[in-house]
Write a protein of this length. Sequence first.
Length: 50
Amino acid sequence: AIKVAEDLPNGESATVVIVVSDGGWKYLSTGTWTDDLDQAAAQADNIIYF
């Protein structure tokens, strides 16, 4: 983000966004990574992740 901001032309206004994810540990208990793909996809609609 700093490099992108530094490369902006002088006087130009911009919004630079950086997104950082967590490790994903809270999702392991949902079966998303271990179940059959079709089963995991079907369950995804019924799980509140946050």
